[in-house]
Design a protein around this ligand. Structure first.
Ligand code: TXA
Ligand code: MG
Length: 344
């Protein structure tokens, strides 16, 4: 199969992409978070191809991307007031709402669940593709399962060239980590995955929020969890990743003392001078957490190299999108964290 490359700036791109979706094809779509691997979410055969191409476990549900708040009731039922409050405040944007699914939504799309994730992406070309295709677009992050997510069209090309119908290129993703997922199917709203919208902002609207255990700890492969995706090893390069916490100086002392040839250091731009000779790679500025979230997956992909033995990673502190960066790095490190303050 020859993969078609479409620029978001070209006039007929949305129309061409929508035609492919309508025919049951696979189109990589840009969003503000990460690139998704999209197909008609109501077409079982098309959805099956997403799982196949990604190498994704069948029980891991896909998010349905919709064009606006007015479409929530088309795909979900028993919608609490909180869903509309959140959608009004954060859509289009990096927030996915889990709601009871209408019966006509294929259980292949929902991973066999009776709930569905809905999200309206903050990306005009993708909303246009959804509108023109007339169907909700099911799309996981476009990376091959288990690998760091795709934040450029080039990442998608690397993983899927010749295996999908088209890639719509809209440049690098602005947010760079996936959407925040909130489950609204229980009496208390539950955070299943931190993302582009921070927990504090959610709390302000909801007044209550349970943080699911899958967010803060390593989950057993056989465990029953609310967001099946959270139990799989994720976001990770091939090498071992170790997060080193603590002050700049103490972390540098610890890493330099343990560094061996073949290791790499993933750090903040401000720290580069501290790691001369340790092959440091910066993923953004500590002073601007948005650059860290935007740069994280590209850096993890660069470090996905069998020749690398171990990666020492520096992680931002704080809430907002930093909370999501912490979560992705901890997952990549399988929660292997060293506190340089205690080690020193
Ligand atoms: O930002 C995003 O959300 C990106 C872009 C493409 O929109 N998509 C994305 O999809 O990250 P994916 O498939 O890589 O991650 C979706 C996560 C998985 O952990 C999955 O288990 C969870 O959402 N999920 C989807 N539907 C769910 C449901 N009905 N109940 C619980 N968790 C669900
Ligand atoms: Mg993913």
């Amino acid at each position: 199969m020859k993969t078609l490359y479409l620029s978001a700036r070209q006039e007929n791109t949305a129309r061409i992409a929508a035609e492919i979706i309508k025919k049951g094809g696979l189109v990589a779509i840009p969003t503000e978070t990460v690139y998704g691997l999209g197909a008609n979410g109501l077409d079982e055969a098309a959805v099956a191809r997403i799982f196949e191409v990604k190498g994704r476990p069948q029980d891991n549900p896909l998010i349905l991307h919709i064009a606006g708040t007015d479409q929530i009731a088309r795909f979900a039922h028993h919608i609490p007031r909180a869903a509309y409050d959140l959608a009004e405040k954060f859509w289009p944007g990096p927030l996915t709402l889990i709601l009871p699914a209408r019966d006509f939504i294929p259980r292949r799309t929902t991973g066999g669940l009776d709930t569905v994730g809905l999200r309206c992406p903050d990306c005009p070309i993708t909303r246009e593709i959804i509108r023109l295709s007339g169907v909700p677009i099911a799309a996981p992050s476009a990376n091959i399962s288990g690998k760091p997510s795709t934040t450029t069209a080039e990442h998608v090309r690397f993983d899927h060239d010749g295996r999908i119908d088209a890639i719509v290129d809209d440049g690098p993703c602005r947010v760079g980590v996936e959407s925040t997922i909130v489950d609204l199917t229980e009496p208390r709203p539950r955070l299943l995955r931190p993302g582009g919208i921070g927990p504090e902002a959610l709390l302000e609207v909801l007044g209550d929020l349970v943080v699911d255990k899958a967010v803060t700890a390593q989950i057993d492969r056989d465990a029953v969890v609310k967001a099946p995706g959270m139990k799989y090893r994720h976001y990770a390069p091939q090498s071992e990743v170790v997060i080193v916490g603590g002050s700049r100086e103490k972390a540098a002392r610890y890493i330099r003392a343990h560094f061996e040839p073949g290791d790499r250091v993933l750090c903040f731009e401000e720290e580069l001078p501290l790691y001369e000779g340790c092959a440091p790679l910066s993923y953004g500025q500590e002073a601007d957490v948005n650059t860290l979230s935007a740069g994280l997956f590209a850096a993890l992909r660069e470090l996905d190299d069998p020749r690398i033995h171990r990666v020492y990673a520096r992680c931002p502190v704080g809430g907002g999108v930093a909370y999501a960066v912490q979560n992705r790095l901890k997952k990549a490190a399988a929660f292997h964290i060293v506190d340089a303050e205690e080690e020193a």
